[in-house]
Design a protein. Structure first.
Ligand SMILES: C[S@@+](CC[C@H](N)C(=O)[O-])C[C@H]1O[C@@H](n2cnc3c(N)ncnc32)[C@H](O)[C@@H]1O
Length: 259
């Protein structure tokens, strides 16, 4: 393969062969996200869990992004990529779903490097120490081997670069899925209702210690850990779920810095 170095710190393939990530048994929920891409594009801006619970927390952890090179790891329909561009960052957006990649392109056009890749694999198209910030919202619980992913995040981040991510809260999954052994990392099936019918979404539940250790073992220092409350707007829209979220954590948020 021949790569061309771009100003974004991304190597773009120059030959005619399309870069195709190897979708295999590690690429869980691939078909589910392929199916949901259009639905995601149409609904993600205002879905209460995203707009009034996840995003305020993630945005509160972001440092100044103006002039920074940011990787949006698991960009889905491009909400964060769009926000980052509007706030002056240059963006590399990555997702393994071709349909999601199309949705990101539909949202932000050619204003970012939008690349189809599987986070289970090395991100060899991104140069060492070329990225200031990695933002990964609600994606890493689909990734099996965090050693590879965190290692790659450490490789591409500049020294003192930030990693900000949100994942399912380990206690939420342990309780909601009525698991027996908290200390296991296990693959679970969830059912999501969409206008196209129910979609099965698989993800990995990991104990808190595994989440934290994977980050630290990859050479990061954890600066912040959030278990946020939903916002007032969430309460207006979904008062019952709001009450639930003020009693039980749903997502976990971490900001780490490369050591
Ligand atoms: C819940 S969505 C992310 C939401 C998005 N960050 C946002 O806030 O709008 C999860 C995304 O991760 C992508 N994804 C899941 N596993 C992946 C993997 N192994 N490699 C790359 N992308 C993955 C899915 O295709 C989907 O677009």
């Amino acid at each position: 393969m021949v790569y061309l170095n771009t100003t974004m710190g991304v190597y773009i393939l120059t030959n005619t062969a399309k870069y195709e990530p190897a979708i295999n048994e590690n690429s869980i929920s691939f078909d589910s996200y392929e199916k949901m891409a259009e639905y995601y594009f149409r609904n993600i801006d205002t879905k209460p869990f995203n707009a009034y619970y996840e995003r305020p927390a993630t945005l509160s952890l972001l440092p100044e992004v103006k002039g920074k090179r940011v990787l949006d790891a698991g960009c889905a329909a491009g909400w964060y990529s769009d926000w980052l561009l509007k706030h002056g960052a240059s963006v590399i957006a990555v997702d393994f779903s071709p349909n999601m990649i199309e949705m990101t392109k539909r949202r932000i056009g050619n204003n970012a490097a939008i690349i189809r890749a599987d986070l289970n694999d090395p991100l060899s198209f991104i140069e060492d120490q070329s990225v200031d910030i990695i933002l990964s919202s609600l994606t890493l619980h689909y990734v099996k081997n965090w050693e590879i992913t965190m290692g790659e995040f450490g490789r591409i981040l500049k020294p003192l670069g930030n990693l900000i991510f949100s994942v399912h809260h380990p206690f939420m999954d342990f309780i909601s899925f009525k698991r027996e052994n908290y200390f296991l990392t296990e693959l679970l099936n969830d059912e999501w209702e969409t206008p196209k019918g129910n979609v099965t979404v698989q993800f990995y539940r990991r104990p808190l210690n595994t989440i934290i250790s994977s980050v630290i073992d990859a050479g990061f220092i954890i600066e912040r850990l959030l278990e946020p409350m939903p916002t007032k707007k969430f309460k207006e829209l979904e008062p019952q779920v709001y009450e639930k979220l003020t009693n039980k954590p749903h997502f976990l948020f971490i900001r780490a810095v490369k050591n």
